[in-house]
Design a protein around this ligand. Structure first.
Ligand code: ADP
Ligand code: MG
Length: 709
């Protein structure tokens, strides 16, 4: 039963598609989605919004947008198609793949767009982009008028951008429903959370859902306790605060060895680790102890080249891919037969009362576990080793992952919603943040003057919502622009460093900690960890053109424990932020003089007035501080160059909570007179929140003391 018309494979009607078109056609014909395209089209034409669910690898992301492009061309529909992805890497990779399938050059009919890079031309009809850049675009075009169809892919991830996009498309569909150019929206998701999406749209649009069955071979689930060798290990439970990471890495490597050495027929192995550090630990271990496999690490901070290793169809040798949860949904790796699921993920959570973040390894959800298992068994039967018991799975794992909005700082997404004209009282998010987190965001935005006490966005807030940084960094950059315009570019660089998911200082194993810290001395600023990082970044920027040889550059970085890829990315992001925020930029080799450095600290003190702490007497050897906002006892984090407590007043980037201590990260010395005239001494609300009277007294004491002869 040939239920599809194979002419659609030549999506864009190219006379001479590149040879890759013919080459990949057979593979595309085999995909489950291809068989269902007619059903899809039926639903698509009857509805404004369609929720498409389906197993990973069934062809949703690559095939459906191409098919819509084909139909649109056939029906002479004007406009483009956008398909959003949560991760940059996925956006680029998918665009590359789809261009190959369609037989066009990347950037011709098929293109991509991510924050710092794009390949798009006049003729581009299908654009894969990050959901972040789609939101950014919406500030100039709220109704997505450039597009006839918008896909929101990987919607089950429910990240902050997805929430905003859902709200925007829901409104845009309604706005365009009676116009000549209707907007169609397709939400694509793994087979979880589907009803939630249908409910979200049903009052405003004609919505339906369609499921695309995937091909699935049998996947055997082997739980802990069912394979005799692992009975000794302790299951980790939800209540268990800190799973033993070293043990988990070791145990996972043992399973790899077992698969490779005996019992199990050939096939590639995919191991899920909680985080990047564990990925690296495991890779090292497997390389050292198991010679028979090619070991490949996979995480989002890697270079494209490193990740491409996965897609190069290898020789006879087995591949063992060790990944963070990036391989759970967004990257499909060919030919996995064995999955090893440690059952642990690392998540960051805001503790709104303290304003501190906590990163904790903890058990994944049932949905994630099933998603992980589903990564094998796609081409033939597979085996998934679950490093927890079946009872753990049934009783202790949550059904679905916690959405980001329920645990993170929501000030940026909240501000965006207000700036897009949604009301604070009726936030259009699919899931609402906990009240405390919302209160935290409210207060922060009020302090910065981005909203007023009626919860309405101010003009400054509207501008801030469009910037690529968190609200408080935007504020810092604005202060610099006004007071010290020539320093604004440095604040942008610092903001980029602080916004990066990964540190520019490479994570050093414990035994190298001392040398890693020593290597920072080269860049050290005695007054500020932030300026220290800035110095390191600028040193790299100066060195880069001098060492065009990749290996030398790597060596230069490795010797200093610097993370080359992270710095490369940060410089790109800095460049694009400088451009979009129209910051004065001096190319000249950067050397910050002492006046500049002091003024940078002044800017930080004035803008991060929420993040100031003063030293308090303490009995032990540890130097303790008290935050002026919230009045909590904190200490400087261990990798701060300033943790010796030489200065009575400091500002920090974030607070991290770990093992009953609260740590200040990226510390900078500030002077009390810089904050003496700040709003928390004037405004009643601020005075209360910031213990204004006490702080004022402290500041006065400090100033008096300084004035003593
Ligand atoms: P879904 O979105 O349903 O998870 P995709 O459309 O991403 O599925 O992938 C469909 C199939 O296309 C995959 O099973 C894989 O075989 C193939 N594929 C996708 N991306 C690539 C790639 N970059 N390289 C090789 N094959 C790929
Ligand atoms: Mg997909």
């Amino acid at each position: 039963m040939d239920s599809y018309d194979s002419s659609h494979f030549n999506t864009f009607g190219l006379d001479q598609p590149l040879p890759s078109f013919q080459k990949l056609k057979g593979e595309r014909e085999q995909l489950p989605v291809t068989r269902n395209l007619n059903d899809f089209w039926d639903e698509f034409t009857k509805n404004d919004v369609l929720i498409v669910s389906g197993g990973t690898g069934s062809g949703k992301t690559t095939q459906i947008p191409q098919f819509v492009a084909y139909k649109a061309q056939e029906m002479n529909i004007r406009g483009r198609i956008a398909c959003t992805q949560p991760r940059r890497l996925a956006a680029v990779k998918v665009a590359e793949r789809v261009a190959q399938e369609a037989g066009c050059e990347l950037g011709a009919q098929v293109g991509f767009k991510i924050r710092d890079d794009h390949k798009i031309s006049e003729e581009t009809q299908l654009i894969y982009m990050t959901d972040g850049s789609m939101v950014a675009q919406a500030f100039n075009d709220r109704n997505f008028s450039e597009y006839h169809t918008v896909f929101i892919d990987e919607a089950h991830e429910c990240n902050n951008n997805i929430y905003i996009l859902m709200a925007l498309v829901r409104r845009a569909v309604k706005a365009r429903v009676n116009s000549r150019s209707k907007l169609k929206v397709i939400v694509m998701s793994a087979t979880i959370s589907v009803n939630k999406f249908v409910d979200y749209f049903k009052d405003d649009a004609q919505v339906a859902q369609i499921h695309m069955p995937g091909i699935t071979h049998k996947v055997d689930l082997l739980y802990l306790g069912e394979t005799p060798r692992h009975t000794s290990s302790q299951p980790h439970q939800q209540s268990d605060p800190e799973p033993n990471i070293g043990h988990i890495v070791e145990e996972a490597c043992r399973i790899v060895a077992k698969i490779v050495r005996n019992q199990f027929p050939t096939g590639n192995i995919l191991v899920f680790m909680p985080g990047v550090i564990e990925v690296e630990m495991a890779c090292q271990r497997i390389r050292k102890s198991i010679g028979e496999v090619d070991v490949i690490s996979l995480y989002s901070a890697q270079s494209g080249a490193a990740q491409n290793a996965i897609f190069r169809s290898s020789t006879e040798r087995r591949q063992c891919i060790v990944s963070t949860n990036i391989a759970e949904t967004s990257i499909t790796i060919p030919d996995i037969v064995y999955v090893i699921d440690t059952g642990i993920e690392k998540v960051k959570r805001l503790m709104p009362r303290i304003g501190a973040f906590e990163v904790r390894p903890r058990p994944i959800s049932k949905a994630s576990a099933n998603q992980r298992a589903g990564r094998c068994g796609r081409t033939r039967p597979g085996v998934c080793f679950r490093m927890y018991t079946e009872q753990d799975f049934e009783r202790n794992l949550r059904d679905e992952p916690d959405v980001e909005i329920a645990r993170d700082d929501v000030s940026a997404v909240y501000l965006k919603a207000l700036a897009f004209g949604f009301a604070a009282a009726t936030l259009p998010f699919i899931d609402l943040p906990p009240f405390e987190n919302l209160a935290y965001a409210n207060e922060l935005l009020l302090d910065l003057g981005y909203i007023n006490d009626q919860f309405q966005v101010t003009n400054a807030g509207k501008r801030a919502a469009q910037n690529p940084f968190e609200p408080n960094w935007t504020y810092a950059i604005d202060v610099a622009k006004v007071k010290y315009p020539h320093l604004a570019q440095h604040i942008v660089a610092i903001a980029t460093i602080c916004s990066s998911m990964h540190s520019i200082f490479a994570a050093a194993p414990a035994r190298f900690m001392a040398s890693s810290l020593a290597s920072r001395a080269e860049f050290a600023d005695p007054m500020s960890d932030l300026i220290t990082e800035l110095n390191a970044l600028y040193a790299f920027e100066t060195e880069e053109p001098k060492l065009p040889d990749d290996r030398e550059l790597d060596q230069w970085c490795n010797r200093r424990f610097l993370n080359r890829l992270v710095m490369g990315k940060i410089l790109l992001q800095r460049n694009s932020a400088v451009e979009t925020m129209q910051i004065r930029f001096d190319e000249a080799p950067v050397a910050l003089n002492s006046q500049d450095r002091e003024n940078i600290r002044r800017i930080l003190a004035r803008t991060f007035f929420r993040n100031i702490a003063f030293r308090i007497p303490s009995s032990g050897g540890e130097v303790r501080y008290r935050t002026i906002h919230g009045n909590f006892e904190v200490i400087a984090s261990q990798d701060s160059m300033l943790n010796t407590g030489g200065h009575p007043w400091v500002m920090y980037d974030t607070l991290n909570r770990a093992r009953s201590n609260t740590y200040m990260t990226k510390v900078t010395h500030v002077e009390p007179e810089w904050i003496a005239d700040l709003p928390f001494f004037q405004d009643d609300r601020m005075k209360k929140n910031y213990h204004g009277n006490i702080v004022q007294k402290r500041v006065k004491e400090a100033l008096d003391k300084a004035r003593e002869p």
